[in-house]
Design a protein around this ligand. Structure first.
Ligand code: CAA
Length: 248
């Protein structure tokens, strides 16, 4: 980017385990970090904690599954800080259960939150990125998109859809200085993973060659790199960070 404007990064689902570390790294890298959240009380408490640790995040409320809320949120960010230069589509939920018992509601909410959100947020920022001839889009998918996981037909479908999206958009905007990449984390020590029943989780950890859950910093470092100007030739890629759980 040619101007001296401080880059603006928007991280969706910022208050979760992965999101928090991504925000911290991007802040340390000098970006204005817009932290998207859905639940105000959780976000305010989170932000207090972050302030105590020296982080100055800009909070933006918005349910990423709702196109109108996303539109309003992006308009507010643009008016406060200018165009979004870096978008990290990180917000995601699980509603695990075997497919034979899966309700339409649990299919729908996971697809809307994990995949339609990617459309909503990316659609909201892409034309400005094209106009300024610079942008970074980073989609946080999952090992369970790459290999499948018992009980996650909804989640695996949504997360696999993210990388299909990455590949096509990467081609469409490559000439506009915009890169689009996917990161596929394995089992990372977040609340989402800790919510898996302990005995199942222990079995999963036994299947990870590195022998442990991943750390949130191990994902956030790659987000920082892909967000940087140094990563200009990396686009359409899918980075597996899973401790060897799935190699292909
Ligand atoms: N392979 C084969 N069989 C399995 C199995 C597996 N991996 N897991 C469970 N089963 C079997 C059980 O032994 C049980 O068999 P019996 O009926 O013979 O006893 C049966 O399947 C259970 O079937 P149900 O239809 O009752 O399953 P359920 O609807 O209750 O769902 C579950 C169970 C909630 C999916 C539970 O297995 C589970 O929590 N699994 C872990 C799912 C998981 O890994 N989620 C990841 C969350 S974190 C995340 O998503 C982040 C990320 O990106 C990695």
């Amino acid at each position: 980017m040619t101007s001296d404007k401080r880059h603006v990064a928007l991280v969706t689902g910022a208050t979760g385990g992965l999101g928090t570390h991504m925000c911290q790294n991007l802040h340390d890298d000098g970006y204005i970090v817009c932290a998207n959240y859905r639940t105000r009380t959780t976000a305010e408490k989170w932000n207090e904690d972050m302030k105590e640790k020296g982080y100055d995040f800009k909070l933006y409320e918005g349910d990423v599954s709702d196109p109108n809320e996303v539109k309003g949120m992006i308009e507010r960010i643009e008016s406060d800080y200018g165009n979004v230069d870096i978008l990290v589509n990180n917000a995601g939920i699980t509603r695990d259960g075997s497919f034979k018992k899966m309700s339409y509601e649990n299919w729908d909410i996971v697809l809307k939150t994990n995949l339609y959100s990617v459309f909503n947020c990316t659609r909201g920022v892409i034309n400005q990125m094209i106009a300024q001839n610079y942008g970074r889009i980073i989609n946080i998918s999952s090992v369970n998109a790459q290999r499948g996981q018992f009980g996650q037909a909804n989640y695996s479908a949504a997360k696999a859809g993210m990388h299909g999206f990455t590949k096509t958009l990467a081609m469409e905007v490559a000439r506009n200085g915009i890169t689009v990449n996917t990161i596929s984390p394995g089992y990372i020590a977040t609340d989402m993973v800790m919510a898996v029943p302990e005995e199942i989780r222990e079995k999963i950890v036994k299947g990870i060659p590195v022998g442990r859950l991943g750390g949130t910093h191990e994902i956030a470092h790659l987000v920082s790199f892909l967000a940087s100007e140094k990563a200009a030739f990396i686009t359409g890629a899918n980075y597996a960070i899973n401790g060897g759980q799935h190699v292909y």
